[in-house]
Design a protein around this ligand. Structure first.
Ligand code: PLP
Ligand code: LMR
Length: 400
């Protein structure tokens, strides 16, 4: 009767949103999940997405037939350009294998399944800390994984020396998971010079670099700038995996739109790799859904919609940056003990506040502000309406 099945704990991120939903306190705030909110605290469907959906609805040539296992190939080609750049030599030479996936998570899982089959026993090195699902996906897929140092807690900055040491100590040909831009949860990315140093070590060691691109456009507001590291590594001939998500930058969270790519040595290899991806996908979920990919395809291939999307993406990232400034100013005004400069220095959707697990717990239990136990606050959920309340609560838990 399945009495042997134990109840599982709530997911550390999604579980917080469930607890938020169940809370009846009118002051409650959800800054746990990385999901963009308008300044009115509402989810946002981008205008370019609404327009694309109208075009799709009116397009009488579209139907609801299955896609191939690898997904929509026109969509995949547009996604490749967004990642690697219009002028990418790799793309010109046809050396990138790309499959449509169930958002970024599906891309990570597909990549893990590929590693399990074609690089068995090779460990994936993952930053410490990271988005927790990186570790659990590898775990559930049966792929070995190990942490590398990333965070300098004392200086709230990148521990470059520790990171490079760990990358050097990893066996040659290891797989290194890198956050392409807007590191989750720390909000601290390597500088260009630091990326170059990371690249040199990875190149010398023959590591495969796995760029997880879930926030392209959210770190700097610019798609090209947020692809700096990936493109630099690609130009320098490092073997790459890329997982791509359109959840955040298109606001297509629930539509599950993404890609998984890997670079190959020849276009024949690309064909073989794609044929194997087809088999893996066939046995996981057969083929991906169409609607979200159609939206992204429509926007990326229409110059006017593309520009509108870029403007809307910039507006989202600017609102988040504005909220960083307001939260910082408010903490200074309250003379909250400690230094808060990191709130404005960090980039992307999150602020890694430095609140301890106990303080983070008090934020939830005493103030009904749902944030993660590791001190991460989603700045995308901070609004003009709740920022003062959040600052006052931080002030309270820091003092008590
Ligand atoms: N990778 C990172 C670092 C993330 O923060 C996320 C969350 O959005 C993802 C991947 C994938 O998320 P999704 O499966 O919703 O695209
Ligand atoms: C987050 O870290 O909050 C997001 O990436 C959403 C998720 O799926 O965890």
């Amino acid at each position: 009767d399945w009495a042997n099945v134990p109840a599982a704990p709530l997911d550390p991120i999604l579980g917080m949103s469930q607890r938020f939903q169940a809370d009846t306190d009118p002051r409650k705030v959800n800054v746990s999940i990385g999901a963009y909110r308008t300044d009115e605290g509402k989810p946002l469907v981008l205008n370019c997405v609404k327009k694309a959906e109208k075009i799709i609805l009116d397009n009488t040539t579209l139907n609801k037939e299955y896609l191939p296992q690898r997904g929509d190939v026109t969509y995949a080609a547009l996604c490749q350009k967004m990642l690697f750049g219009e002028d990418s030599q790799l793309l010109k030479d046809g050396l990138v294998a790309t499959a449509q996936t169930l958002s970024g998570t599906g891309a990570l899982r597909l990549g893990a399944e590929f590693v399990k089959r074609y690089a068995p026993g090779t460990a994936v090195y993952i930053s410490s800390p990271t988005w927790g699902t990186h570790n659990s996906i590898m775990d559930q897929a049966g792929v070995p994984y190990k942490p590398y140092q990333y965070w300098d807690k004392e200086n709230r900055n990148l521990n470059l020396a520790g990171m490079l040491d760990d990358l050097k100590a990893a066996p040659d040909g290891s797989i290194i998971m890198l956050h392409a831009a807007a590191h989750n949860p720390t909000g601290v990315d390597p500088t260009k010079d630091q990326w170059d140093q990371i690249m040199e070590v990875c190149k010398a060691k023959g590591h495969v670099c796995w760029f997880d691109s879930a926030y392209q456009g959210f770190a700097t507001g610019c798609l090209e700038k947020d692809a700096y590291a990936l493109r630099k590594f690609a130009e320098n001939g490092l073997p790459l995996f890329v997982s791509q998500s359109f959840a955040k930058n298109f606001g297509l969270y629930g539509e599950r739109v993404g890609t998984f790519s890997l670079t190959c040595g020849s276009s024949d290899t690309v064909k073989s790799v794609m044929s194997q991806m087809d088999i893996i996908i066939r046995n996981l979920y057969s083929n991906p859904p169409k609607h979200g990919a159609n939206i992204v395809k429509t926007v990326l291939s229409d110059p006017e919609l593309y520009q509108e999307w870029r403007d809307e993406l910039l507006a989202m990232s600017v609102r988040i940056q504005d909220m960083r400034k307001v939260l910082f100013d408010e903490l200074i005004r309250l003379e909250t003990p400690g230094s808060w400069k990191h709130v404005t220095d960090q980039i992307g959707m999150f602020s890694f506040t430095g609140l301890t697990p106990e303080q983070s717990k008090a934020m939830v239990e005493k103030h009904h502000i749902y944030m993660l136990g590791n001190g991460r606050v989603s700045m995308a959920g901070v609004t003009s309406g709740n920022v003062k309340y959040i600052a006052a609560a931080i002030d309270d838990v820091v003092r008590n």
